[in-house]
Every structure is written in structure tokens, then in C-alpha cells.
Design a protein around this ligand. Structure first.
Ligand SMILES: [Ca+2]
Ligand SMILES: [Ca+2]
Ligand SMILES: [Ca+2]
Ligand SMILES: [Ca+2]
Length: 659
């Protein structure tokens, strides 16, 4: 400072140029040369006349016009040139390091017309300008267009150091302002204001320049902000990270950003000397990098990258790891586990897992990893199984374990043995006739889960429950069927399926059986037969080929008959001893044929020799047996006599049907 002040020399202001100016009718000229001296760090400046931007006004009304550039004056130059206010800009663009200008020292020379002999007084205040402005600024606008909030210059409170010059100008008294900014930055410049504003008169003023006096000086002080030192992160959770850094000097506080430049201020304004901040609301298993910086006033210091940190993964729970099989429930596996929501940022990076029969697990850190898709676990022995998982984030930091289970596994299928079918009625070839049929089986299960169901199906029908056999031994099952007219003839089968509590299933081979439930029935009437109960063998021929002999008891010449185990029929014929054969066509879709040999289909008598015609040969037989009952008793009354003859006669030359 002393060096600067030494520049204000009488030698300078009495230069030839000064004298020329002094010859002007009036003179008071203030000129300020501005320089900036580094307070704490770098040197900035010096300013020179060409870097200054100045406006002036004659009084508070701003009625005077005109500006000056490159020279800072305050006071009266002439009665028509009174500078009550002066705005001075001193560019700080490029000032090394962000910093708040916190103060300054301004030194100016009280100058007056050299021949002016009276003592002159001027009191000068300095204010910080609180917004940017341009060299087009006027009394009312800061850029020639937009108005100041306060006409005459938008400014903060007066900086301390108001000075009053008193003295004879020839003394060129030097005054120095030294101030400290409080809560406002005067990066935008300063306003020098005469407290005699409105009454400044000729030949008094402050400031100088060139030939009019020594050059004043301006020294700015500012606080540079260093980058905070990086420190290890503190507590990390699934949703928060405690960021830490080292303190710096001069800061009003700290801010934490999410980028090395630009980005978002995540922390807001933190207090001075803050060295940690816990950021919450973060996503699990997500990588974050933060950049704290100090700030002072409107300025921020350089940012420091803190260690990139990954939040913890979501700890495993029964909500985040699920199985397709319930616990405490038998199944045959496999056990498929799902990481609900999957893996990755916001969730869990991977699990380590163990699948075993122990309810708990001691972690070694070398367990297999599960990092995508589903996890299928297969049990290798019957009993209780458990899945143990431990979650990790992408930085391989674990967070939480979970034991799932028990899952009851067994893989031993039931046994189905001794499947039998037993018909109530069986035909000549072993075929099952109409009537009941019982299917039996012996079913058992091992492995622990026990039998859950025993089912049976007939042919390709649906499975039905096969009940335990009434009165049977444990493990014996029996199903009763009734073969009726609705059954189709032919091969049928039953299949038994047993399932245990774990879902293991055994299905027997189909057991086949043959069904032929056809039958033919009806009544047979013998022409002219006795009314008393009398038995006759009747030869029934099926489809002209298969003969069935039945012994029937006739009452009133009529007898019912029924033959089971017959093939599908198209015809049936009937014949007894001493009768003509009678044949009938039959049809029935369900195999239940009816043929009534009565009325016009009655079995006619007279064929005594069995050649199925009635002629003289039969008559000869009748005559031979006349009076006895052995050979010609057509009507069954025990005698061969005229009654039999009449039947023969009635059918004379009659011919029976083919078989
Ligand atoms: Ca500090
Ligand atoms: Ca089993
Ligand atoms: Ca005959
Ligand atoms: Ca007779």
C-alpha cells in the first residue's frame, strides 16, 4: 500500500498536462486509478483507465446527463459539471478462483484547483453495486433500457470508512477507505457518493487522474475457496449415504452436487464447517458420486469428487425371495425360487445361496451366486430342505441373510399292485356278463408324505375316486361297477392311479377284461300244447349257426326263456321235438334281443321224424306210436292220439324255417 501511495506525487500532478487543465475556467477533477491487490492469494489487476466504466449524475434527481469513461471523478469540475455520484466497474472476470470480494482499500487524493486557497470539505461514501450493469447505464437504467430498482444506482449499504476531506487543496490530502463487506459482494462495482450531494460547489472534490493529481488506488480483498478434502464415506444404508469431506476456510457453507460441474445441488446450503451430510431417499444397490464444494456469498469453490459409493442392496425377505412351493408342505420338487423384481440397480445385485437340509447356515463367502433368472433347487433325499440367501450390492457389500424353509421333499412314488377285476357273472369264454364287477388293488406309499389319492378310470374315462375296500386290510382298495345294457361289448380296461402327498404318482398298466353282455329273451308258444306244466327241450339256433338247448317248463303252452352270453344277433330260431322250426329276425343296438314265438310266430307241431317237414313219414310215426306217449305226443298230454293227429293234419305238408 505504501508503494502505491507513493505514486501520488506532487511531481505528477504538476506535470505540464496538469497545468494546461488548470488553465480551464474551473477545475476540480478526481481521477482514480484502480488496482487490485491479492488479499489472500492471487494478484488481480491492475485496472487502468480503459477498464473502468463510469457514469455520473449531478444530483439525486439525476438531471444532469453525460458520462465519463476511463476516469473516476467526484465533485465539481465546473458549475455545469458536477459529479455527485460515480459508478466504477472493475472487471473480475477471470479472477483466479471463485471468491467473494470481502473488502477493499481505496485511496484517493483530495484535489482542488491549485490556486483555490480556501479549505474545502467533501465527505465521501462508498457503496457496493448489487447487480450487473453495462457501460450504457444511466441514472435510471443499468443498461440503457432496464431500470435500476433504485434510481441512481442499485446499491447496498455504505461500506465502512466514510471519509471527510478537509483541507487546502494545495495540501493534496490523501484519504484511505478500508472496509469489510458485510453480506454483499461488490463484484459489480462500487458507487462513490458525495454526502454533499446536491450542494457540491466549485473547486472541491475527490479523485484525480492524469495531470490533475496523484492516481488513487483500489485494493480488493477476497476470500478464495479451496476444494474440500475428500474423506471416506460414513454410514451407508439401502437408501442413504453419509458423505464426508474435510473443512476449508472462508466458506459460508457447503453444497453437495451430483456432478463435477453443473448438475443439481442435492444438499441445499449446509452450514459453515459442516464436514458430513447424509443423503437420503436413494435407491438401493445404486452407485452414487457426490461433489461437495464450499460457497461464499454467491460464489462456489471447486468441487471435490467423493468416493463413488453404492447403496446397500435390499435385504432378502420372504417378500423378495419367493418359492413356487409353500413351506411345511410336501412336494416332489424342484423348488424354484424367484427374486421378486429381479436383480440390478434399485434391488439386489446378486445373492449367494446354499440349499441343504439344515435350518441355519454358516456363511463362508464362497457360496454360489444367483444373479439372474430363477433359481431351481433339487432335493436329493426325502425330508426337510432349506434355502439360505445373502444379498450383495454391486460393490460386493453384503446386506442381509434369509433362511427359507422347511420345504418337505419326497420323491418316492406310491406302489400299485395286484390289480384284479372280478365279475359277478362270467360268460363261456370268460367274458363279463351283465351284473356287478369289482376292481381291487393294493396301494401303498413310502417317503413320508403318505397317500393323497387313489383313483381309477374305466377305459378312457375320467379318473374317479377308488375307495378303500370295505372290510379290507389297510392298503386294499376296491371299486364296484355294474355292467348293464349301456356297456359296449368287447375289451374294456381299468387303470389305477395313486398319488402321494408330495405329488408323486404311479399309474398302473391298464388291466383288460372282455364284456359280452348280449342276451336274447322272450316267450315261446307251442301250437296246441297242453295247459298243464310240461317240460320240453327247445333248440334255439342263433344266427343260423349256434345252437343253444334250453329245457323250458310250459304252462298253457307258453314258456319264457332267456339266454345270456350270446353274440350280436340277426336271427333266432326255435324248435322242439315233433315241431317245425320257427325262425325270427331280431335286432337290438344294445344287444338285448327279444323274440316272442307266439301268435303267428308260434312253434307249430307235426314233424315227428325231425326232417322239418310234415308229411306221410310223420304220419307213419304217429300211427306207430298211436296209443302211447313216446313218439307222437305233439301236444304234450302224455298220449299219442287223435289230438296229436289233428295238429299234424293242420300242418300237413307244412315246412319249417331254416335254422
Ligand atoms: Ca470452515
Ligand atoms: Ca411317497
Ligand atoms: Ca317230418
Ligand atoms: Ca298227445
Amino acid at each position: 500500500m505504501g508503494g502505491k501511495r507513493s505514486q501520488v506525487s506532487h511531481r505528477t500532478i504538476r506535470s505540464p498536462g496538469f497545468r494546461a487543465v488548470r488553465m480551464a475556467p474551473v477545475f476540480l477533477l478526481v481521477l482514480v486509478a484502480l488496482t487490485v491487490q491479492p488479499a489472500l492469494a492471487a494478484t488481480w489487476g491492475p485496472y487502468n483507465a480503459s477498464t473502468l466504466r463510469c457514469i455520473y449524475a449531478a444530483d439525486t434527481a439525476g438531471t444532469s446527463s453525460g458520462g465519463i469513461t476511463g476516469t473516476l471523478r467526484l465533485g465539481a469540475y465546473s458549475t455545469s459539471s458536477v459529479y455527485a455520484r460515480v459508478l466504477a466497474a472493475f472487471p473480475t472476470t477471470g479472477m483466479p478462483g471463485p471468491a467473494l470480494i470481502t473488502g477493499g482499500t481505496f485511496t484517493a487524493v483530495h484535489s482542488a484547483y491549485a490556486n483555490y486557497s480556501s479549505t474545502v470539505t467533501i465527505t465521501v461514501s462508498i457503496f457496493p453495486i448489487t447487480r450487473s450493469w453495462t457501460s450504457s447505464a444511466t441514472w435510471t437504467t443499468y443498461d440503457g433500457t432496464n431500470t435500476w430498482t433504485t434510481p441512481g444506482g442499485q446499491k447496498g449499504s455504505a461500506l465502512n470508512g466514510t471519509q471527510t476531506f478537509v483541507g487546502n487543496p494545495s495540501d493534496y490530502p490523501v484519504k484511505t477507505w478500508t472496509w469489510t463487506a458485510t453480506g454483499v459482494d461488490y463484484r459489480y462495482g462500487i458507487e462513490m457518493q458525495s454526502q454533499q450531494e446536491g450542494s457540491i460547489s466549485y473547486r472541491k472534490g475527490v479523485g484525480n487522474g492524469g495531470s490533475e493529481g496523484g492516481a488513487p488506488t483500489l485494493t480488493l480483498t477476497y476470500n478464495p475457496l479451496a476444494a474440500p478434502g475428500s474423506a471416506a464415506v460414513g454410514t451407508v444404508t439401502t437408501s442413504s449415504i453419509q458423505w464426508k469431506w474435510n473443512d476449508i476456510s472462508n466458506e459460508d457453507g457447503f453444497r453437495v452436487y451430483d456432478a463435477s460441474s453443473g448438475g443439481t445441488n442435492k444438499s441445499g446450503n449446509l452450514a459453515a464447517n459442516t464436514v458430513s451430510w447424509t443423503e437420503s431417499g436413494l435407491s438401493p444397490n445404486t452407485s452414487y458420486t457426490r461433489y461437495p464444494c464450499g460457497y461464499s456469498f454467491n460464489y462456489e469453490g471447486p468441487r471435490t469428487a467423493l468416493p463413488t459409493t453404492v447403496t446397500l442392496s435390499v435385504p432378502p425377505s420372504t417378500s423378495t425371495v419367493t418359492c413356487d412351493k409353500p413351506t411345511n408342505t410336501w412336494s416332489k420338487g424342484p423348488f424354484t425360487f424367484t427374486a421378486v423384481g429381479g436383480f440390478g440397480a434399485g434391488k439386489v445385485q446378486y445373492y449367494r445361496y446354499a440349499w441343504d437340509k439344515s435350518p441355519t447356515h454358516t456363511w463362508s463367502g464362497s457360496e454360489s451366486q444367483w444373479s439372474s433368472g430363477t433359481l431351481e433347487c433339487n432335493a436329493t433325499s426325502n425330508g426337510s430342505w432349506y434355502l439360505h440367501v445373502k444379498g450383495y450390492n454391486s460393490a460386493n457389500v453384503e446386506n442381509g441373510t434369509l433362511d427359507l424353509g422347511p420345504y418337505y421333499y419326497e420323491g418316492t412314488a406310491p406302489t400299485v399292485d395286484n390289480v384284479t377285476t372280478t365279475p359277478e357273472n362270467v360268460g363261456s369264454t370268460g367274458n363279463y356278463l351283465k351284473g356287478k364287477m369289482w376292481v381291487g388293488a393294493e396301494v401303498a406309499d413310502e417317503g413320508g408324505s403318505g397317500l393323497a389319492s387313489v383313483q381309477i378310470k374305466l377305459d378312457n374315462g375320467d379318473y374317479q375316486t377308488m375307495p378303500a375296500k370295505e372290510g379290507g386290510d389297510p392298503g386294499e382298495y376296491e371299486k364296484e361297477y355294474t355292467i348293464d345294457a349301456s356297456w359296449a361289448n368287447g375289451t374294456h380296461s381299468v387303470t389305477i392311479r395313486a398319488t402321494d402327498g408330495a405329488g408323486n404318482m404311479t399309474t398302473s398298466e391298464p388291466v383288460e377284461f372282455e364284456v359280452n353282455k348280449n342276451e336274447v329273451s322272450g316267450t315261446i308258444g307251442l301250437q296246441g300244447f297242453t295247459s298243464a306244466l310240461t317240460y320240453r327241450d327247445v333248440v334255439l339256433v342263433l344266427n343260423g349257426t349256434t345252437a343253444k338247448v334250453v329245457n323250458l317248463g310250459f304252462v298253457n303252452g307258453v314258456s319264457a326263456y332267456s339266454i345270456v352270453d350270446v353274440p350280436d344277433l340277426t336271427s333266432i330260431s326255435a324248435k322242439t321235438a315233433w315241431s317245425l322250426r320257427k325262425k325270427m329276425s331280431v335286432s337290438a343296438e344294445d344287444g338285448q334281443y327279444v323274440a316272442n314265438f307266439i301268435g303267428s310266430n308260434v312253434v307249430r307241431g307235426g314233424d315227428l321224424n325231425g326232417d322239418n317237414v310234415v308229411n306221410a313219414l310223420d304220419y307213419s310215426v304217429l300211427r306207430g306210436a298211436w296209443g302211447s306217449g313216446s313218439a307222437g305226443d305233439i301236444n304234450g298230454d302224455g298220449y299219442t292220439d287223435n289230438a296229436d293227429y289233428l295238429i299234424l293234419k293242420a300242418n300237413w305238408y307244412g315246412k319249417g324255417d331254416a335254422q
